[in-house]
Design a protein around this ligand. Structure first.
Ligand SMILES: [Mn+2]
Length: 246
């Protein structure tokens, strides 16, 4: 068992540095150059992709092909929607890629793992939580599949530029608080239902921490983002580490 995890690449086009790095990484999995049983894409892989539109699938075709090649090589691919790749489950399901929106538990070998994009980590971000509740309504999903992609993209570009501006500044000055939020969320999740490891993304702050509740240890890993260094995380039953990809 060897699971590879990555999140928060925020890819915009097929012709950018991190996009090429992702393609090389996916090809290495598909060709068996890296040992793998699972690939977890934990959300915000794409900077903007809403709904089941040919517009986006055409725009991101090389990535989609590379993901499908990984799956075809016998590696189980698990995709999580983020808040920048929203209502894409319909598309990924249609091409046979298991996709989730909410937190989910998986058994990887003897390890019980909870996977989460992580956009529910900050309980004080009422504005975002309201927005999330709104865009997750079934009617909004229907609209997302119907509305013209060009209009969706224009709206999304403005929204994501604004949110990134705010959040990169916020992150620089509040890293300790963000890490605190990630760990508090892990404790909350563990109390809900225990696990060995919780993986999250979304916060763009790499963190690997061991918590303890009532004498039971658990681990929380936030995958960070590719805005600083393109890093993936691998996990076997006995070891784990970050790997910088290039
Ligand atoms: Mn996110």
């Amino acid at each position: 068992m060897k699971v590879w995890l990555l999140s928060d690449l925020h890819l915009k086009t097929v012709n950018e540095r991190n996009g090429n790095i992702l393609l090389r990484f996916l090809h290495s999995l598909a060709r068996g150059e890296r040992e793998a049983t699972h690939l977890v894409m934990l959300g915000d892989i794409f900077d903007f992709w809403v709904g089941d539109h040919g517009f986006y699938t055409k725009q991101f075709q090389p990535y989609i092909d590379a993901v499908l090649a990984v799956q075809k090589a016998g590696i189980k691919v698990i995709y999580f929607e983020g808040n920048h790749d929203v209502h894409v489950k319909k598309f990924w399901d249609s091409v046979g890629i298991e996709t989730h929106v909410e937190d989910e538990y998986f058994q990887f070998g003897k390890l019980n793992v909870r996977l989460s994009h992580g956009d529910l980590i900050n309980p004080n971000d009422h504005k975002y939580l309201k927005y999330r509740e709104f865009i997750r309504r079934p009617l909004l999903e229907k609209l997302a599949h119907i509305l013209p992609a060009r209009e969706l993209t224009m709206i999304g570009k403005v929204a994501s530029r604004k949110s990134r501006k705010r959040s990169s500044h916020y992150r620089r000055h509040n890293e300790d608080q963000l890490i605190e939020l990630i760990r508090t969320y892990a404790e909350k999740c563990f109390r809900e239902k225990p696990f060995d490891i919780l993986f999250t993304g979304h916060m763009h702050v790499r963190d690997d921490w061991v918590g303890n509740i009532d004498g039971r240890a658990f681990r929380s890993v936030n995958l960070g983002s590719w805005f600083d260094v393109p890093q993936v995380f691998w996990l076997t039953e006995t070891a784990s580490d970050w790997e910088t990809v290039g």
